[in-house]
Design a protein around this ligand. Structure first.
Ligand code: IMP
Length: 420
């Protein structure tokens, strides 16, 4: 049995992973993020106070644990410094407790500029968070990227600026227009330097000596660059397999893989979404579920649970358990629907998630309807303690998926968690 647990978002992101990382962090020594950047947003309630984290793993609030950002992550230095300031009133931040990978790539004002420009000028915008994520990963693949370990050394940083001036004619002009952003970018280097280490080496050593390690995925599996709804995806590997590639360790060390799914579905940005509800039920879910982006404030599109998409996600990652989150948001609805298959005008009934968007966009959901419930859901205890109809919903979804639901979320607080 291994000692690494992986937790990923099972849908299109915003499933509420932060709370579950916080809960699972109790049992581990290290929490590490292995992909994505400050496009993510985890909302946590610490001592009753709301804190939104974008880059630092949600395990940071456990004072005796280590948090790490491994390679595979892209880092916005200025925002990370600001985030560290936000965390400091709650916990002491030391280089022993926060490891920043020297191999992680750096998001600069240039990348943010490129992301915004592309989104504004494109006839097919992706609806990105405009945080510079795509251009930073593109530069990495193009081998013109800036790694954190190089960024914190002035001479190496200067060498990268030189490289960009040679390869990107607009770089200098952008530099002049956004001088203040570049100043902030420069200033953050010194602040981050003490925390920059060979995080992968340290993590591998910890894994080998048997420390319990929790790997925190960002975004969601359906936004995976390889397996997601391309091109309406993010630029990293969000599925569980991304952890092996991004962090670099042997899959045999994995103990459990969990996927966090909402009891319904949300999506931000563009791209097909077969179960989207554009009616008052969708608006109700958005309002009660406070479905607005933690990073951009954008309203999220809401819809019924899509079991075809969730099974695809589960097959991709091999979930040992699905964490069924935000079930309380559905309380009071008369009936609840689950998409069990798609109906395509030419292809007929589809039970699997299509690879191409045109097919997916033409699919109409085939629903199974469950009775709603009006009782308040329990704040703690066992899944079995759910009111009758809520329990029937969980059991019905398990059966449709063929994967177990091992935890259920019934509110924003840490205690609002039910276990199998
Ligand atoms: P990017 O990651 O900013 O390039 O955006 C690409 C797509 O991923 C867009 O549809 C974003 O809305 C979406 N996305 C990125 N990060 C998150 C997240 O943390 N939650 C939900 N969607 C996200």
């Amino acid at each position: 049995m291994g000692n690494v647990t992986i937790l990923v978002g099972a849908q299109w992101g915003d499933e509420g992973k932060g709370k579950w990382i916080d809960i699972l962090a109790d049992k581990v020594h290290i929490v590490a993020r292995y992909q994505g950047g400050n496009n993510a947003g985890h909302t946590l309630y610490v001592n009753g106070q709301k804190v939104v984290l974008h880059q630092i793993p949600s395990g940071i609030f456990h004072p005796e644990k280590t948090s790490a950002l491994s390679t595979g992550v892209v880092v916005n230095p200025h925002q990370l410094v600001e985030e560290m300031q936000k965390v400091r009133p709650f916990v002491e931040l030391t280089p022993e407790r926060l490891w920043l990978s020297a191999r992680a790539h750096v998001i600069s004002p240039w990348h943010i500029y490129l992301d915004s420009k592309k989104e504004q000028e494109s006839t097919q915008p992706i609806g990105t968070t405009k945080r510079g994520i795509g251009p930073t990963y593109a530069e990495k693949a193009n081998r013109t990227g800036l790694r954190l370990g190089d960024y914190v050394t002035k001479s190496r940083r200067d060498r990268w600026y030189q490289l960009m001036r040679e390869s990107a004619p607009a770089f200098d002009a952008q530099w002049k227009v956004q001088a203040q952003d570049w100043e902030q970018f420069e200033a953050a280097a010194e602040r981050l330097a003490p925390f920059v280490v060979d995080a992968e080496q340290k993590l591998r050593q910890a894994i080998k000596r048997g420390d319990q390690v929790l790997l925190e995925g960002a975004q969601g599996v359906l936004l995976d660059i390889n397996h997601g709804t391309y091109p309406y995806v993010t630029s990293s590997e969000t599925a569980a397999g991304g952890a092996f590639a991004s962090l670099g360790f042997g899959p045999k060390f994995v103990n459990k893989i969990y996927g966090v799914a909402k009891a319904y579905v949300t999506r931000v940005g563009e791209g097909p979404f077969p179960t989207e509800l554009k009616d008052e039920v969708g608006q109700h879910i958005a309002q009660v579920g406070k479905e607005f982006g933690a990073t951009t404030g954008r309203p999220r599109r809401c819809g019924w649970l899509d079991a075809v998409a969730l099974r695809y996600s589960a097959d991709l990652c091999g979930y040992d358990g699905i964490i069924f989150n935000k079930m309380d948001i559905l309380t009071g609805l008369q009936e609840i629907k689950v998409c069990v298959a798609y109906e395509h005008p030419e292809l007929g009934r589809l039970d699997t998630f299509p690879w191409d968007l045109e097919t997916l966009a033409a699919c109409k959901p085939v629903y199974k309807t469950f009775a709603g419930w009006t009782e308040e859901l329990p704040h703690g205890g066992r899944i079995h303690d759910l009111p009758r109809h809520a329990r029937a919903y969980v059991e019905g979804v398990q059966e449709i998926l063929g994967y177990p639901i091992t935890m259920v979320g019934t509110g924003v607080n840490r205690q609002d968690a039910l276990f199998a």
